[in-house]
Design a protein. Structure first.
Length: 80
């Protein structure tokens, strides 16, 4: 699916998606709270991947750009 479709699924809440080629356990997921927008979170392995890529996660801009760049690709799939 496209990155926009993956993001739309996450916004619905209680969904889990990843890009093809990402190892098991590396994914984004969402949690829906009654009356609130869905919270989109990275799995523990996803967050560890970002920490390795940017040894000091102090570069907030780099992390944001990497995450946004992922959604430009059309190789997303539903997990679980």
């Amino acid at each position: 699916m496209t990155g926009v479709e993956a993001l739309s699924l996450l916004r619905e809440g209680d969904k889990c998606v990843k890009r093809k080629g990402w190892e098991d356990g590396v994914h984004l997921y969402s949690i829906r709270f009654e009356g609130h927008p869905s919270a989109i979170l990275g799995s523990h392995k996803y967050n560890k991947h970002l920490e390795r890529e940017y040894e000091m996660v102090g570069s907030f801009v780099d992390v944001c750009i990497t995450t946004l760049d992922d959604f430009a690709y059309d190789d997303w799939e539903v997990v679980g």
